[in-house]
Design a protein. Structure first.
Length: 367
């Protein structure tokens, strides 16, 4: 999903700005003035100065960010520096920047497996391969042998929603050093005070990380889980939330406390062009190997996604996989099927209109 801002009156680089634009970052009031960051042109982010009363928002921001968007946020202004870097980097520079982020992610995962880091938050948009990188390393790792702990209990992936009591049980089960818990897009825990307090205890920087459940629980009793224990494992959070730019008055202290306990890695992928670069990188390293397609078809799939980036329902690795599914099952008709299955309604109608217009001369000749 995407959110859009209709700007009635704004300024960017001395020029008047009006119109409807895709929102890159939410409206902010900072020491340097009030602004909203939008995509002013294709892959060009602009920090448009404006008043909140002069913009109208429509569409839907990322589901996990709805509560965290706060128009009164006041944090250090890093946007201008980011724009400067992006404006001056070459294509090779951009690819190295993205590759470096994932290289650091791999190293942090290895450190978590070794028990040398307690926790890391990895922030990046959905569908860019965060989970894929981490899960491959966890599955192939050489884990130390521990009495009473089987190979299937070295790590645990938490997806979707986790209640506080479920979180407490998971933390207990994977409490030992060299055990790793991965919260993969499980952002509901960031919205629950009890869950956040449990995580703060698990990731504390003291010598002992004591966690307690200070109320009677039949569930814990039945499972033989004590009301307090020491946590020595490691935790990785793979999230779509940008901790640097998303705050709410209620959650801000929790987020700060959690971030202070974790390494924080922003994968610096915040534009459509960056996602395309990431897709290209993975396509060269076996992204579509499991489909057993020719190199030519693999290249055509990536080229199709890149050419239609503005019309896709979602620009992500998942979309590339969907198109690859079609190419494998329908070698001659996958493009037309992709138009109808992975593109926005407007694009489908434009495709049908083009077909109509193309068929008119032929129809006229037959008459």
């Amino acid at each position: 999903m995407a959110q859009f801002a209709t700007i009635k009156k704004g300024k960017w680089r001395g020029q008047d700005v009006t119109g409807r634009f895709k929102v890159i970052r939410p409206y902010k009031e900072s020491p340097s003035g009030a602004f909203i960051t939008v995509e002013i042109e294709e892959d060009v982010a602009a920090r448009v100065k404006c008043k909140f009363k002069d913009i109208t928002l429509d569409g839907t921001p990322d589901a996990t960010q709805g509560e965290l968007v706060d128009k009164n946020v006041k944090d250090p202004d890093t946007v201008a520096i980011e724009e400067m870097v992006r404006a001056n980097e070459t294509e090779a520079d951009a690819e190295r920047r993205i590759a470096k982020g994932f290289q650091i992610l791999n190293e942090m995962t290895k450190s978590a497996i070794a028990g040398s880091i307690r926790a890391a938050v990895v922030s990046g948009p959905p569908g860019i391969g965060k989970s894929h990188e981490v899960l491959e390393l966890l599955a192939s790792a050489k884990w130390p042998k521990r009495p009473g702990i089987g190979d299937d209990e070295n790590y645990h992936i938490v997806k979707g929603m986790a209640t506080p009591i479920a979180l407490y049980k998971i933390l207990y089960t994977y409490r030992h050093k060299n055990q790793v818990i991965v919260f993969d897009d499980c952002d509901s825990i960031f919205h629950d005070d009890v869950s956040l307090n449990l995580l703060k205890g698990a990731l504390d920087t003291g010598k002992k990380r004591r966690i307690g459940w200070n109320s009677e629980s039949r569930i814990l009793k039945e499972d033989g889980i004590p009301n307090d224990f020491d946590f020595e494992g490691s935790v990785l959070f793979l999230t779509n939330i940008d901790f640097d730019h998303c705050r709410s008055k209620r959650l801000e202290p929790h987020m700060k406390a959690l971030r202070s306990r974790c390494h924080y890695l922003d994968l610096t992928i915040s534009s459509e062009k960056d996602i395309i670069r990431r897709i290209r990188q993975l396509s060269k390293t076996g992204l579509l190997d499991g489909y057993h397609l020719s190199e030519e078809v693999e290249s055509e799939i990536v080229a199709f996604v890149e050419a239609n980036v503005r019309d896709l329902d979602e620009l992500s690795l998942r979309t590339v996989m969907k198109v690859a599914d079609l190419a494998k099952s329908h070698p001659t008709g996958w493009r037309e099927m992709a138009v109808h299955t992975v593109m926005r309604p407007e694009a489908k109608w434009r495709y049908l209109l083009a077909q109509q217009q193309a068929s008119k001369p032929a129809a006229a000749k037959t008459k």
